[in-house]
Design a protein around this ligand. Structure first.
Ligand code: GTP
Ligand code: MG
Length: 318
């Protein structure tokens, strides 16, 4: 992979804390500028997340569930703990989210002047598969830049959006009494990805029924070693928000402790998926890798974290 000095300069400035360059590097990833893969391949493989520090929180749920209102509260709370936070608002450009990003901007305005907060929206430009690729790469870049917490908000309406949430270490699924019942959530695949369920808008009727249904669903899911807690909250009144934060932190602790092997397996699968995203964008490259790879060694390097997906891809391209 040819890395132009220009791109390398932008990426290294981005990693050393230059916000303007970070924004530029993200745009380059989004627009698939030639050479960004090489720059990603050069990222420090010992960065925190690879070394075992979970800190990507995904927030998903149906349109209008209160995700952004929650993200805003989580940012405030993380800043109080002294953490530096990045918010990625992922807009799948679905008909549901028209104008959502603008509304998010307004909601986030209180953080706009805070040097410890970086807010960025990412859009799919009509190519959903590419969206999870871009989000994954941006998360890797931000991780290398050493931010403490990365919050990814995405609307949970389809499989590609779920893929975005799989990038997270802790996936928070926000539902509301009016967003339908727990059975619907299970059908949408939310039960498998949720580490924390939030029943938001509990200031409205029907919250307790949804709460019980979700608790039942979680209880019946015997395959899980982490039982996703179900938290009743209202982002508008502030009720239960502290409990949501507590559960997110508790899940982070679990990832580093009791659940460490499960968490690193998940990371490994994430690296494999990132690699597949990379080769999936180029049919000739995919064919070359399929014909020329030592599949066991490839899998091992990715799953163990010995190499990062960009490096592996770069080796094949060389
Ligand atoms: N009654 C009530 N309204 C809420 C609560 N939380 C959020 N809302 C309102 O619900 C609306 C949608 O909130 P958002 O935070 O934009 O929801 P979202 O899930 O980010 O929406 P999209 O990004 O468009 O999918 C806003 O008008 C909020 O003020 C709550 O706990 N109770
Ligand atoms: Mg939103």
């Amino acid at each position: 992979l040819a890395v132009s000095a220009d791109i390398e300069g932008i990426f290294s400035a981005a990693i050393s804390g230059d916000r303007r360059m970070l924004a530029r590097a993200i745009s380059m990833i989004e627009n698939r500028v030639q050479g960004t893969l090489g720059a990603l391949a050069a990222l420090d493989p010992d960065r925190k997340r690879y070394a075992g520090s979970p800190r990507v929180v995904g927030i998903t749920g149906p349109p209008g569930a209160g995700k952004s209102t929650f993200v805003n509260l989580l940012v405030t709370e993380a800043r109080e703990r002294g953490e530096r936070v990045v918010v990625l608002a992922v807009d799948p450009s679905s008909p549901f989210t028209g104008g959502a990003i603008l509304a998010d901007r307004i909601r986030m305005e209180q953080h706009a002047l805070d040097e410890g907060v970086f807010i960025r929206s990412l859009s799919s430009r009509g190519h959903l598969g590419g969206l999870s690729r871009a989000v994954g790469q941006v998360v890797d870049l931000i991780d290398a830049a050493g931010w403490d917490l990365i919050i990814v908000e995405t609307v949970g309406v389809g499989q590609s959006e779920l893929a975005v949430c799989e990038i997270a270490d802790t996936a928070v699924v926000i539902l509301t009494p009016e967003s339908g019942d727990a059975v619907q959530a299970m059908k949408a695949g939310l039960l498998e990805i949720a580490d924390v369920f939030v029943v938001n808008k509990s200031d409205r009727a029907g919250a307790d029924v949804l709460l019980r249904e979700l608790e039942l669903a979680v209880e019946l899911d015997e395959s899980a070693t982490w039982n996703a807690p179900v938290v009743k909250a209202s982002a508008i009144t502030g009720y239960g928000v502290g409990d949501v934060v507590t559960e997110i932190l508790r899940h982070g602790d679990w990832c580093e402790g009791e659940g460490a092997s499960e968490w690193s397996d998940r990371q490994g699968r994430g690296r494999v998926r990132t690699f597949l995203d990379l080769i999936g964008e180029d049919a000739r490259f995919a064919a070359f890798v399929a014909l020329n790879s030592d599949k066991a060694a490839l899998k091992q390097a990715l799953e163990s974290g010995e190499s990062n997906p960009y490096r592996v891809a770069a080796e094949y391209e060389a």
